[in-house]
Design a binder for this molecule. Structure first.
Ligand code: C2E
Ligand code: MG
Ligand code: MG
Ligand code: MG
Length: 277
């Protein structure tokens, strides 16, 4: 680098390396997706019924090991998929494989809910709905055991096509919930459009809550809000026993987090099946 100022030279070099890596990751991502989702896998994170302590659901979380062996974070590759318009391909693969695997484990015959994520940048298109319904039929997974988590985001677009698409999903028996509720962008209108069964709060709500009465009050308020609207509250990111005790105290319905279990591989999930009712 020709910059005389050393600081700039270092910065340029770093930015250059980062741009190079981003290009490489993008290239690997495109080729893996187009090559039959090569290198992609699904992990399942259990969701716990707070009252009984039993496992009652699991969230399917996508994982990707790039061709050079590095595990790329979902935060990074989901964003890439959205930008590259490959998110529909990815989400369709995740939902089909997750349902297949749960059926293989017999989970569809238990008291069990499978959560899958739906990127808010997507449209609830006719093609998506038909594909999802076909997958349900092909795998034999019951629609009422499928929960579509829609992330609360400013990108979410509730035009009339999307609203009627969501309505159709509900009519088919599929459950909808609002993910990352209360972070960044909260529009109560979303609650009305979605007719969600559950609100899911981000880990952020629980960070430091043990010593923070303001956060505890907020959590209590969210629980009351959900319950008044006939919905359940799910808290994500439970990491400590004290946090779990607070959830019990305030009557939160469901919980998910490292305190109970990290996201599990399919084989790990199979070994833990007796934890479900
Ligand atoms: P999310 O849907 O809010 O998923 C929860 C995230 O929190 C997961 O991160 C999970 O591993 C993490 N988590 C759960 N419990 C704890 C905890 O106790 N402590 C900490 N520190 N983290 C915890 P992950 O797997 O990295 O996924 C990040 C985000 O990427 C997800 O957030 C979701 O928005 C998106 N994502 C993942 N898989 C898919 C997918 O198949 N499709 C779409 N559209 N998005 C996905
Ligand atoms: Mg989620
Ligand atoms: Mg979430
Ligand atoms: Mg999240």
């Amino acid at each position: 680098c020709e910059n005389s100022d050393k600081g700039y030279a270092i910065y340029d070099e770093q930015a250059n390396q980062e741009a190079k890596r981003a290009r490489k990751v993008m290239g690997m991502f495109i080729s893996c997706v187009l090559n039959n989702m090569n290198g992609f896998d699904i992990h399942f994170q259990p969701i716990i019924d707070v009252r009984t302590g039993r496992w009652c659901a699991a969230e399917a979380l996508c994982r990707w090991t790039a061709t050079d062996g590095t595990a790329v974070s979902p935060m990074e590759f989901i964003h890439l998929a959205e930008q590259l318009h490959l998110i529909e391909t990815l989400d369709n693969w995740v939902s089909a494989s997750a349902m297949e695997r749960c059926v293989a484990l017999g989970l569809h015959q238990r008291e069990f809910i499978l959560d899958i994520n739906f990127s808010p940048t997507r449209q609830v298109k006719e093609s998506f709905i038909n594909k999802l319904l076909k997958t349900l039929k092909d795998t034999g997974f019951p629609p009422e055991k499928l929960n579509l988590e829609i992330t609360e985001s400013a990108k979410m677009n509730f035009d009339s096509a999307n609203i009627s698409g969501l309505k159709r999903l509900r009519e088919e028996g599929i459950v909808l919930s609002l993910d990352d509720f209360g972070t960044g962008y909260s529009n109560f209108e979303n609650l009305i459009h979605l007719s969600a069964k559950a609100l899911k709060t981000e880990k952020m709500f629980l960070d430091g809550i043990e010593h923070d009465t303001y956060r505890q009050y907020l959590l209590k308020m969210l629980t009351d809000l959900a319950h008044h609207l006939g919905m359940s509250l799910i808290c994500e990111g439970v990491e400590t026993e004290e946090q779990f005790m607070l959830l019990q105290k305030y009557g939160i319905d469901y919980a998910q987090g490292y305190y109970f279990s990290r996201p599990l591989t399919y084989d790990q999930l199979r070994q833990e099946l007796n934890r479900f009712v």
